[in-house]
Design a protein around this ligand. Structure first.
Ligand SMILES: NC(=O)c1ccc[n+]([C@@H]2O[C@H](COP(=O)([O-])OP(=O)(O)OC[C@H]3O[C@@H](n4cnc5c(N)ncnc54)[C@H](O)[C@@H]3O)[C@@H](O)[C@H]2O)c1
Length: 251
């Protein structure tokens, strides 16, 4: 039920961090994975690493905010490799600033990269999924989709929007046998969160707030990603699975 053999999965922003670990996890579950990131050399290095471990991997560099590049990239991929069965919308960034001082550029960049990207890539991927009457879309949200923190209003708004985009994909595409769901990670140790983990005071606050008493690892998200990409979730639509060590349910 969790076997992804014969499936092709695109993971955006998978040159490093959570995306790369999820790509590896899907590949170990049998999928042929397609690594995406901004730069060719980053993509090539990730693909090489996966292939070295005997996993099936392809690469495709494009900016997830650039509609033309997305269409050109996925057109080529579907022609040369295979149609997409699974899309993981994972690419994301932070630009932190107090709300009263946040620049419009930082607002737009974060909304474009974390939210509009999932609309653009999702829309292109769904075109083929609708024609084939099957597909899986997993949007990587965040605990901040429900619970904001100071200085990340752009990010929280984008991730909150991503939850509603996931539900919109569900109401429009579930009848085409496309299951769209989300994963909302809590605090996961990656390059993105390194500044937080290296700040002693902040790190102590974070650890004190997580009932599980530890930071998450990117590997903690693989199970949910494989589940939501597999036949095991064929009647699961519009959900968001929180993978946060219990932080969301604790006061
Ligand atoms: N790390 C956490 O604690 C955490 C928590 C909740 C949610 N998330 C989400 O998980 C996802 C991955 O986060 P991460 O911690 O691995 O971050 P990361 O910064 O380590 O990796 C993000 C990757 O996305 C790529 N990327 C950025 N902009 C892009 C663009 N325009 N086009 C293509 N690729 C682009 C980056 O180059 C990078 O390789 C993000 O959506 C993030 O918001 C992370």
């Amino acid at each position: 039920m969790f076997d992804l053999s014969g499936k092709t999965a695109l993971v955006t922003g998978s040159g490093r961090g959570i995306g790369l670990v999820l790509a590896r996890g899907l590949a170990k579950a049998g999928a042929r994975v397609v690594v995406n990131d901004l730069e060719n050399d980053v993509v090539d290095a990730a693909v090489e690493g996966l292939r070295r471990d005997g996993l099936r991997a392809e690469g495709i560099a494009f900016d997830v905010t650039d509609r033309e590049a997305i269409h050109a990239g996925i057109d080529r991929l579907e022609q040369d490799v295979s149609p997409l069965d699974i899309l993981i919308n994972n690419a994301g960034i932070h630009r932190r600033a107090p709300l009263a001082e946040m620049s419009a550029d930082d607002w737009r960049l974060v909304i474009d990269t974390n939210l509009t990207s999932a609309f653009l890539v999702g829309q292109r991927a769904a075109r083929t999924m609708i024609a084939r009457n099957r597909g899986k879309i997993v949007n990587i949200c965040s605990l901040n989709c429900e619970l904001p923190r100071p200085s990340i209003a752009n990010y929280s708004a984008a991730k909150g929007g991503l939850v509603l985009l996931t539900r919109s994909m569900t109401v429009e595409w579930a009848s085409h046998n496309i299951q769209a769901n989300g994963i909302a990670p809590g605090y996961i140790l990656t390059e993105m969160t390194r500044p937080l983990s290296e700040d002693r005071e902040r790190n102590a606050w974070i650890l004190g707030r997580i009932p599980a008493g530890r930071w998450g690892k990117p590997e903690d998200l693989i199970g949910a990603a494989v589940f939501l990409s597999s036949a095991a979730s064929d009647f699961i639509n519009g959900h968001v699975i929180f993978a946060d060590g219990g932080m969301r349910v604790s006061l």
